[in-house]
Design a binder for this molecule. Structure first.
Ligand code: SF4
Length: 321
């Protein structure tokens, strides 16, 4: 670890609001976000629904075109290049294993599609062997190849989605809330499988989740997002021990602790109000309408991302005093 595989700088993605022809307005889904992911590392990205984390994942893969900013993959800015060679290196596992698999295709065809597109098999026997080996890699077997998605459980369908993403031997995978649609009993199995695949194949992950407890074990570092902005990023253990940003502190205070003694001694931070609209976000710090520490400067100036401890970045005026 240590060598940057992916780096985004000032990444911004605005979507035009349908019907706003005269006074054009935009959903400011992602606004001036910068971070990097080292080779072989997992960066967890968390935040409430609609905070822009999925948009970041998709924009990195150029499934959305960025409004501005740069995306460096292995040192190359891929915002302006033909993505064909990068489609093999960068893959995605989607959130909903029920919606992301074509119900009319067999598992062999779903997994084999990428093998065909990228012409990775020398013969039909080669293709079949590759599909079986991919299915075995995710805990399925050759008998599953001729079946259709509806014949599988949620966990098994997500395994099929993962096998599909592995078909092109990628280096980097955006895991877009891959366990949030699954039963809690299955979630740990899928997380363990992601970790196991990372060890065996040297994969690098951007692991998106809306819950800090989900990313705790799998992430080396964690980034926290609020309303299109990255507000804090640091080593995973450091984030849990020493959260700096008020929003991160409130997210952590909401995680249940299994020990009743510890749980009694902890203060829960309840956020007032709702997340503001990303079409018209608050000026200055976007969190200020819900922050118990908000000051005058918070509405006037956007807080910059500053390194407060080695490798621990946060964007909050309170920390700069
Ligand atoms: Fe709260 Fe101000 Fe810090 Fe924003 S910048 S989190 S409003 S103290």
């Amino acid at each position: 670890m240590g060598e940057k595989l992916l780096e985004i700088k000032g990444l911004t993605k605005y979507f035009p609001v349908k019907g706003s022809y005269i006074h054009k307005s935009f959903v400011q889904a992602v606004d001036d976000v910068s971070f990097h992911i080292n080779r072989g590392e997992t960066l967890g990205l968390v935040g409430e629904s609609g905070c822009g984390k999925t948009t970041i994942g998709r924009t990195i893969l150029r499934l959305h075109e960025p409004t501005s900013g740069s995306i460096f993959y292995d040192g190359v800015d891929i915002t302006k290049v033909n993505m064909t060679p990068y489609r093999k290196k960068m893959q995605i596992v989607f959130q909903d294993p029920y919606a992301s698999l074509n119900p009319r295709m067999t598992v062999a065809d779903i997994v084999g599609e990428a093998i065909d597109i990228h012409k990775l098999a020398a013969s039909s026997k080669d293709r079949k062997d590759m599909i079986v080996s991919l299915l075995e890699r995710v805990g399925l077997n050759s008998e599953h190849a001729t079946r259709y998605p509806h014949e599988f459980s949620g966990g098994q369908r997500q395994r099929i989605g993962i096998a599909r993403s592995l078909a092109v031997s990628p280096e980097f995978i955006v895991c877009d809330e891959p366990i949030s649609a699954l039963d809690v009993s299955i979630q740990a199995q899928i997380i363990n499988m992601f970790e196991d695949l990372q060890d065996k194949l040297g994969l690098t992950y951007l692991f998106i989740a809306h819950d800090l407890s989900v990313v705790k074990h799998i992430s080396d570092r964690i980034g926290v997002m609020y309303l299109g902005k990255l507000v804090e990023v640091t080593d995973s253990k450091e984030l849990y021990k020493h959260p700096l940003h008020p929003y991160t502190q409130s997210l952590l205070s909401a995680i249940p602790i299994p020990d009743p003694k510890l749980s009694r001694g902890r203060k829960r931070i309840i956020l007032e109000g709702d997340v503001p609209s990303p079409v018209n976000p608050p000026s200055g710090c976007r969190f200020r309408t819900r922050c118990q520490y908000a000051m005058e400067v918070c509405s006037a100036e956007v807080p910059m991302m500053i390194e407060h401890e080695p490798g621990h970045f946060a964007a909050c005026h309170l920390l700069n005093k």
